[in-house]
Design a binder for this molecule. Structure first.
Ligand code: GLA
Length: 369
């Protein structure tokens, strides 16, 4: 993070005035994991950490980028975007997707700052894409509403970067707010803001184990789901309800377990919404735990460091439930904790985890200065 903020960073690097700034938050998914590319529902909300960008137009077609993280700077020409397998691909993906959609934008000088941990399943990439597209929307007065902008960000990542992700992250980052969870049904594109329960608060602990969506097992899981859906004669697994579990059990291993996770997880989202509406945090906590077990045993996207974080969390009397959040293969857990206890409980869990495993677990939410 740049102490003076992204605007000062922009002026320091490019020695000129900026023309547009924008930001976007990270997200944490409460429940509904790996359902968004199976025609299912998800329930994310935002975290306080954000990515902020500042930019100004250039008279040529060059994009000069400076970030406060990763490889610090890069330069490329609009129309000549080429994947380089680092964070600049998200920037290149956005200008590539804008051009593909027929939007004419100028070359820019661009500064990017972020407080979202990368590779933790908290959508640092979607936040970068949405923040950048918001800034381009302002700069070039692009006729894009927040859903269209989310779709363009998704196109940047799936079409250019090459991660075959669902639409959850970009929709959450573009549409969600801090007091509600965003129920999003990827089959119907229905969106509903569900108030977070007042008796509990959310905490997020990063295991310190990094994932990589492009290189990791994410695309493999997606392919397994497609094979399971074909074997069950549906276009997407979430077309099936819990009554299909007998048929699913007859699929060959591991497709049986993959499909069972997706179908039961989709059902848990609807139940979680009902629990939230009823203020039933005990039930919501149980659903978190069931979701974690399903991700660990059936979908096989957890890792031992994350499982241990969940176990330590469940030893705390103020915790209703905890689960792996995001794409998996490392990353963070989300916990539902009695209101007022999030900071102390999360700090204690992270500390115990660090002491026991020698790893780098850190508290992401609540944000303490
Ligand atoms: C990543 C992807 C999302 C979603 C989650 C798993 O965050 O970007 O589209 O599939 O994994 O729920």
């Amino acid at each position: 993070m740049y102490a003076g903020g992204v605007q000062e960073l922009f002026r320091a690097i490019f020695r000129r005035d900026l023309q547009a700034t924008a930001s976007a938050p990270g997200r944490v998914n409460l429940i509904g994991e790996h359902t968004d590319y199976n025609g299912g529902a998800v329930l994310p909300t935002v975290i306080p950490q954000r990515t902020t960008v500042a930019l100004a137009a250039r008279d040529d077609r060059l994009v000069r980028v400076h970030t406060t993280f990763g490889a610090a700077s890069a330069i490329y020409a609009l129309g000549a975007e080429t994947p380089r397998h680092d964070c600049f691909d998200y920037v290149q993906g956005c200008t590539w997707a804008l051009a593909e959609a027929g939007f004419d934008v100028p070359g820019v000088d661009l500064a990017i700052d972020s407080t979202i941990p990368a590779g933790s399943g908290l959508s640092s990439s979607a936040a970068l894409e949405v923040a950048l597209l918001r800034a381009f929307r302002t700069l070039a007065a692009l006729p894009l509403d927040d859903v269209a902008l989310a779709r363009l960000a998704h196109r940047a990542e799936s079409g250019f970067v090459g991660a075959r992700i669902g639409l959850m992250d970009q929709m959450a980052v573009s549409l969600a707010d801090a007091t509600t969870a965003l129920f999003f049904d990827t089959a119907t594109l229905v969106v509903e803001h569900v108030p977070l329960p007042w008796r509990a608060e959310l905490a997020v602990i990063d295991s310190g184990v990094r994932h990589a969506l492009v290189a990791g097992g994410y695309n493999t899981r997606r392919a397994e789901c497609e094979r399971a859906a074909a074997a069950l004669d549906v276009d997407q697994l979430c077309r099936l309800g819990l009554e299909a579990l007998d048929r699913i059990a007859r699929l060959p291993e591991p497709l049986d377990r993959r499909a069972r996770h997706v179908v039961t997880e989709h059902a848990r989202v609807a139940e979680a919404v009902r629990a939230m509406q009823a203020g039933d945090v005990e039930r919501l906590g149980e659903l978190f735990v069931a979701s974690h077990v399903s991700q660990r045993d059936d979908y096989a996207v957890s890792v031992p460091a994350v499982d241990r974080l969940v176990e330590l969390a469940l030893e705390e009397s103020a915790v209703y439930g905890a689960r792996l959040t995001g794409g998996g293969f490392g990353g963070a857990i989300v916990l539902l904790v009695d209101r007022g206890h999030g900071a102390t409980v999360a700090a204690r869990i992270a500390e115990r985890h660090r002491r026991e495993t020698g790893g780098g677990a850190t508290v992401v939410v609540p944000l303490t200065m």
